[in-house]
Design a protein. Structure first.
Lengths: 149, 149
DNA sequence: TTAGTATATGCAATTGTTCGCAACAGAATA
DNA sequence: TATTCTGTTGCGAACAATTGCATATACTAA
């Protein structure tokens, strides 16, 4: 559903121009395995398009995020993005200890989101969600060597 | 429970020095109404301590966060902090439309966190949590004037 | 195909945040 | 109190991300 052709049509329908830079960035995301950093995307882009600027990469990723073609993932300190796969939608659990990211099925958030909506008329955005914490491996490690800070 | 005296003791017990800068920053947070931006804290600090550097403000806030005296709140684009009140603990719902923050009682997260822990042995950090979305007012506004982007 | 227009880009400057380091100042020791 | 030790600060530089602006380019309509 987020294949090249469909995305191109989405962009054209919204009046968003199909520049070589944008096509290239989307293709890099499609080929790369999920969760790419901006610098990573930029580096790959330069090999085929040497004058592309990092600002263009940022602008493109933010634009694609706004129209839901790309999803921002809160992994590590810096910005990471992945292509949005509407059929394989998932959220993330990120270990603040080792940095690993685990996928989380959307069902886990539905009840939570609905309750909040009922109680507060607040519409939580549960399309793209990241919960931080400690993975089982790091939790084990921590039991033994426990530093205070 | 996070009154001056108790916090000072906490710091001393951890071997963290009680510098004038740190005392000042904590006092500013205590007096200010919740959710202060870093530049706001820095500006207030300068009126009493003109040479204090913004780096010191950042370092202090991060340090206080690490020992749970201060809580980072994901409001807007920039970093915001508030004093941690263990007895009045709460999470936040932030409207991505108007930027307003609403408090959320901790009960809402407990079930969610426990289920994740049972199913994945992942220990989610539900001490400091922010869910983004749209508040009821902005949802109303949006129904009428719906811009695509 | 060719203009005409609005959008997108590269580049440089700016912003928000972090870091390295030498100077400084609490705490501990004598 | 004098001395030493170690954590902390201010400052400047680095870094990630964003923005302003003049130029270039994708699209539209002749
Ligand atoms: Mn993923
Ligand atoms: Mn609050
Ligand atoms: Zn881990
Ligand atoms: Zn709102």
């Amino acid at each position: 559903m987020n294949d090249r052709r469909t995305v191109f049509k989405t962009l054209r329908d919204l009046g968003i121009r199909l520049t070589p830079q944008r096509i290239l960035i989307l293709d890099i995301l499609r080929k790369g395995n999920a969760h790419m950093g901006v610098e990573e995307v930029h580096a790959k882009a330069r090999t085929r398009f040497p004058y592309i600027d990092i600002a263009t990469v940022y602008r493109t990723l933010h634009l694609m995020k706004k129209i839901d073609v790309v999803t921002e993932v809160a992994i590590g300190e810096r910005l990471h993005f992945e292509l949005t796969h509407p059929d394989r939608k998932h959220h993330h659990m990120v270990c603040t200890c080792c940095g690993k990211a685990f996928n989380l099925a959307p069902e886990y958030l539905e009840r939570f989101g609905e309750q909040i909506h009922r109680d507060f008329s607040f519409e939580p955005d549960v399309r793209n969600f990241t919960i931080k914490g400690k993975c089982s491996l790091c939790a084990d490690k921590f039991e033994k060597s426990d530093s205070i800070l």
